[in-house]
Design a protein around this ligand. Structure first.
Ligand SMILES: NC(=O)c1ccc[n+]([C@@H]2O[C@H](COP(=O)([O-])OP(=O)(O)OC[C@H]3O[C@@H](n4cnc5c(N)ncnc54)[C@H](O)[C@@H]3O)[C@@H](O)[C@H]2O)c1
Length: 264
């Protein structure tokens, strides 16, 4: 069975539906918004999977712990976990970003992912293992002057994922990450005042052919199915031409460093 956070919209919604379409028999969905959850629940159920859908704030340790425990009780231990919920500072941009918003971004994008990994790893280790996919971003790969807080949380998710590579040997758990470029979801559309894209983003949006949530879900399924992937970070960049294929690459891993770390 699978567990998906941020499942009420965009990448999380499409991934949950795709997992059901490919035969995952039960899926637990978490999101902070009821309306999106209801929609995803309907789509997933239509594909024949049993569904548990709960309003959960992933940055709240009690709520996310309760959700994982409820999932285990109702549907069993997940074999697949997609830690996906995320948010962005939006406007006003750095360094004027409000402190509350920055705290929320760090809490959701980093603490939420840490909780999902920590609780998921503990649960999966007792049940023979599984695969965890964390949603990071290409923002992790370089400076982002408009929102270094967002970029910093995503860079930390990449490091966390790579640091978990050794869990394949010790716990039969594969932790991987997907790093999407710009994807046409409400996330992008609401980076400004909550209704439209941020002013800094608008000119870029006109120039870059956007990725679709389906293309990201396809990358996520690839990481789920590839039994050899552990600590893998799949970058999915925007196509160079409209209608072109996404550009997929794996981040190189620091093999010598891992060897030393893993042999401790
Ligand atoms: N859209 C992009 O261009 C893009 C690019 C790179 C990475 N990402 C990442 O992809 C992930 C999904 O984003 P998306 O594009 O599908 O956006 P989206 O806005 O369509 O979906 C995000 C979902 O997360 C939920 N969410 C937000 N805070 C939450 C919380 N505290 N607890 C539980 N759920 C919460 C939202 O309600 C929403 O349903 C995010 O982590 C985002 O950072 C998006």
């Amino acid at each position: 069975m699978a567990l998906v956070t941020g499942a009420g919209s965009g990448i999380g919604q499409v991934t949950a539906v795709e997992l059901a379409r490919r035969g995952v028999r039960a899926i637990a969905l978490a999101d902070i918004q009821q309306s999106g959850l209801d929609e995803t629940k309907t789509f997933v159920a239509r594909e024949g999977a049993e569904v548990l859908a709960e309003v959960v704030d992933v940055s709240n340790v009690e709520q996310i712990s309760r959700f994982f425990a409820l999932t285990e009780r109702r549907l069993g231990c997940p074999d697949i976990i997609h830690n996906n919920a995320g948010t962005i500072c939006g406007e006003p941009i750095w360094p004027e970003s409000p402190l509350e918003k920055m705290t929320q971004v760090v809490s959701v994008n980093l603490l939420g992912i840490i909780y999902g990994n920590r609780i998921g790893i503990e649960m999966m280790s007792k049940n023979g293992g599984g695969v965890i996919i964390n949603t990071a971003s290409t923002a992790a790969l370089g400076p982002m002057p408009t929102d270094p807080i967002y970029a910093g949380t995503k860079a930390a998710v990449v490091n966390l994922t790579q640091s978990c590579a050794g869990l394949l040997q010790s716990h039969n758990i594969r932790v991987n990450a997907v790093l999407p470029g710009m994807v046409a979801t409400p996330f992008i559309e609401k980076t400004g005042d909550g209704e439209q894209p941020a002013a800094w983003l608008k000119p870029i949006l006109g120039q870059i052919p956007m990725l679709s949530a389906d293309q990201i879900a396809e990358g996520i399924i690839q990481l789920v199915l590839d039994q050899s992937s552990a600590g893998a970070c799949l970058v999915i960049e925007n196509p160079t031409k409209p209608g072109g294929p996404p550009l997929k690459t794996l981040l190189p891993d620091a093999k010598s460093f891992y060897r030393y770390q893993l042999s401790r």
